[in-house]
Write a protein that binds this ligand. Sequence first.
Ligand SMILES: Nc1ncnc2c1ncn2[C@@H]1O[C@H](COP(=O)(O)OP(=O)(O)O)[C@@H](O)[C@H]1O
Ligand SMILES: O=P(O)(O)OC[C@H]1O[C@](O)(COP(=O)(O)O)[C@@H](O)[C@@H]1O
Ligand SMILES: [Mg+2]
Length: 327
Amino acid sequence: MLKLPSHIAVLTSGGDAPGMNAAIRAVVRSAVYYGKKVSGVYNGYEGLIDGTFEELDSRSVKYILNHGGTFLKSARSQRFRTPEGRKQAHENLVKAGIDALIVIGGDGSFTGAKIFSEEFDFQVIGVPGTIDNDLYGTDFTIGFDTATNTAIECIDKIRDTASSHDRLFLVEVMGRDSGFIALRSAIAAGALEVIMPENSITYDQLYQAIERAGQNKKFSNIIVVAEGNKLGNIFEIADHLKAKFPHLDIKVTILGHLQRGGSPTVFDRVLASKLGVAAVEGLLIGRNKVMAGVMHNQVIYTPFEEAITRRAYINPELIRINKILTI
Ligand SMILES: Nc1ncnc2c1ncn2[C@@H]1O[C@H](COP(=O)(O)OP(=O)(O)O)[C@@H](O)[C@H]1O
Ligand SMILES: O=P(O)(O)OC[C@H]1O[C@](O)(COP(=O)(O)O)[C@@H](O)[C@@H]1O
Ligand SMILES: [Mg+2]
């Protein structure tokens, strides 16, 4: 006989992402709507181990929908990687009368959630919150749209100075293992090239692109570089290009953590609202060890195992479009 939860805990884990607050709000409000108790856990898995829980009601989450970051704070927890840390976390949850957990985070957080759920037969559902968009089982992760909009705002500004001085800018965007932010930003900013983990672009190809731009009288150029690309560090790439094209004025800008901040876009607020409700409703129909996601505008639940191990593929159509438009 399926035992449904009566007291749900929610936490945010891994890199923060704009829209996480909107997701927490949706979890809290829908739990209250369905007559369940709900607690917030501070500092991700660290807070599970330290027992920093606080019972929340629908008013506890007022005025947070439009704020970036996460009011529950986030952490990367080494202790949760150990059996002792997870045992302590489980004891604290049981002591507080909590019988289900919603984890808002990325692939690492869901790996931890899966292990924990299996070890203690504890009901857990995940909500994809990461700017990287690198999870299988959802077309978009919470925070990705805001991060790419922020990146674009910055690249547009860089374009102004690039065009005033006929410069070539290399702009590094986030994405430790994936190029979703890079490719989308490149298309939206009209970048000459994109260097990301998913394309094995060579220096020869880069040289050709720059030479072609010169022949086509394109004097200001942007190359978007994903942090986790395979060609190398952005400064090394710049050095190669400077050696090959000594007459070009080449500059480097690293956008960094500003991509993780700011008020979430409408898209992220709506996505977070949908997925927060879907996570609670999933728990109430007995779903476990799954991530709530949206594919083709439909809410779906994907086993953690698949969400973590299957790769979220970059749409090759976007790569093709970018090639055509940078002529
Ligand atoms: N193999 C694992 N076992 C237990 N916990 C893990 C494991 N992998 C990740 N975690 C937990 O999830 C946290 C967040 O993972 P991380 O990869 O940093 O971020 P994200 O969830 O955004 O991908 C880690 O700090 C750790 O506490
Ligand atoms: O904030 P930190 O710890 O420097 O982490 C930076 C990393 O976090 C991210 O922004 C998001 O990664 P996760 O969602 O996996 O945490 C990566 O793109 C970036 O490499
Ligand atoms: Mg991750």
